[in-house]
Design a protein. Sequence first.
Length: 185
Amino acid sequence: MRIRAFLAIDCKQDVQKKLISLAELLKNRSNGFRWVKEENLHMTLRFLGEVEESKIAHMELGLRQALQEFESFPIIFSGFRGFPNLSHCRVLWVDVIEGADSCRQLKKVIDESLVSFGFPKETEEFVPHMTLARLKFPQNVSLLMPVSSPKVITMVESLVCFKSELTSSGPNYHSLFKVFLKDRS
């Protein structure tokens, strides 16, 4: 059996609430956005696609080994951005203004580990971010953006492998396994 899966940094509930409050700064000013549900907020590090269920346990062991010395780290979210940009936006996201290099390093270790399980190396530059909304059609949302946004601070303490089930009411995510990073203390 195949499972649609991805690896991500999961958000703690208090961080999810703070990020949703950031989104609230825009919700009343905009239309056409499909907002990410609070419980689905996460930072995708690697989309795995359809994976054989039997491969998941082996992948978990490989990632545990690869990340056993990787230390937890702080990140700070702030500022709205868009893919490909705010004037032609399809995806609205909040930026990682501190801890981005640690996120990139974590992704690099993950990618190197996944090669041994038959996953190709990714060539696109990784941009650490948290997706808040998607737009069906590109829009210029630059004028909707607040001048400044509050900072949301959290610790990255683990990596989560999620199963993704697509439904008519949006995706549902279920944790398959979690790999804890090394405690910094």
